[in-house]
Design a protein around this ligand. Structure first.
Ligand code: AMP
Length: 369
């Protein structure tokens, strides 16, 4: 696929290649061919976005069918405007027809609801929906989406019929918006290195969102949620919670967080699988890790700090030296090798974690800037 592209004031990175698009359109077409054997469906393309999907899909339909078009407008910039206006009506009778609405993307479902209500009032025999892209997390309606090319996240996409302020429809593959202002930092280091304290300071300075997986799990444990119950036994023994639980938790958090200048990951990733998953989660949104800042502190100093912290916090895993030593062993075995993972990407930077909070903070700020 091509590299990044610029449309107006935004940059987009490659997201889905033409080969992958073609494969999924073939699959959708074969489902329609199978479901409409002996019928003559009417494919109703929703202009303008569906043009490329519509034409590729149509070429792969091998049963008799008819076509018609409907024009609506709902997007102004990168946010859905909410009000859907039907601009051009259908130029065909649909009473007693098997209608398949062909959409480029189903987002909140507001546009689709308008179309479905309008078309159903004309008494079609059946009414189904085929869409190249579906955003399940944004979808607020209950109408079933019968044929889906790809399920995607909430990010703004362009190409293959989809536009950004009316440009980009001609691109023959899909691109995802790149949030150029995102600054994503991993604050790395063993338990007790000061990641939590320093994260609080740098999140203010750089307008970032602090994501501490340890804090999130403690919140779940305190509230006795399902996730909290699952994590408890691992945490209290100073072992790692299974990767998938952590990755899903972070995935949800990233999708929930808006209007942020970026993230500080504290206590995550802790294993190579988590690091790979984080790169993938960020790439899906057009983001990446800028730097991994690693706080370096001797083990005996860490044990002293944690025992002291345990007295105030009452955290079980901070109050027992054997659990603390286990956490250090887990860190050295599973987590410390991640320095190489990020060093290979040219992103690792070591910072001396001994000194006053202000001194260490100064070093971190310098590393980030
Ligand atoms: P922390 O507050 O970062 O020291 O984390 C406390 C405990 O939460 C750890 O000892 C683990 O049991 C669990 N935990 C936190 N983050 C992760 C993670 N990324 N992967 C696995 N377990 C984690």
């Amino acid at each position: 696929m091509e590299k990044e592209i610029t449309l107006g004031d935004k940059t987009f990175t490659p997201f889905i290649s033409k080969e992958k698009i073609d494969k999924q359109i073939s699959r959708v077409a074969s489902e329609i061919n199978r479901d409409y054997q002996g019928k003559k469906p009417l494919l109703v393309g929703i202009l303008n976005g569906s043009i490329l999907f519509f034409s590729d899909l149509l070429k792969k339909i091998d049963i008799e069918c008819e076509v018609a078009f409907l024009r609506v407008s709902s997007y102004k910039g990168t946010e859905t405007s909410g009000n859907v206006k039907k601009v051009l009506g259908l130029d065909k009778e649909i009473e007693n027809s098997d209608v398949i609405i062909v959409e480029d993307i189903v987002d909140t479902g507001i546009t689709l609801e308008n179309i479905l209500e309008d078309l159903s009032s004309n008494n079609p025999k059946s009414l189904k929906v085929a869409t190249l892209l579906f955003k399940p997390k944004a979808y607020t309606k209950n109408y079933p989406i019968d044929y889906v090319g790809f399920e995607v996240g909430n990010e703004f996409l362009v190409g293959f019929g989809l536009d950004y302020n009316e440009i980009g429809r001609n691109l023959d593959e899909l691109y995802i918006i790149k949030e150029q202002t995102m600054l994503n930092i991993i604050l790395f280091g063993p338990p007790g290195a000061g990641k939590g304290t320093q994260s609080e300071l740098i999140q203010e300075k750089f307008n970032l969102t602090h994501l501490s997986t340890g804090d999130m799990f403690r919140f779940h444990m305190k509230n006795d949620t399902e996730l909290g119950k699952k994590a408890k036994e691992y945490m209290e023994a100073g072992n790692l919670v299974p990767d998938q639980l952590v990755i899903d938790m972070i995935d949800n958090k990233l999708s929930e967080s808006h209007d942020t200048g970026g993230f500080i990951f504290d206590g995550f990733p802790r294993t190579p699988d988590q690091a790979t998953a984080l790169d993938e989660l960020l790439a899906k949104k057009g983001w990446e890790i800028a730097k991994m800042v690693s706080l370096e502190v001797e083990e005996d100093e860490l044990v002293k700090r944690l025992l002291l912290r345990g007295k105030d916090s009452g955290r079980k895993d901070d109050s027992d030296e054997s659990i603390i030593r286990n956490r250090m062993a887990v860190y050295n075995k599973e987590t410390a090798p991640l320095k190489d993972f990020y060093a290979n990407q040219g992103k690792h930077i070591g910072v001396d974690g001994i000194g006053s909070i202000e001194e260490i903070n100064g070093r971190i700020n310098e590393a980030i800037s």
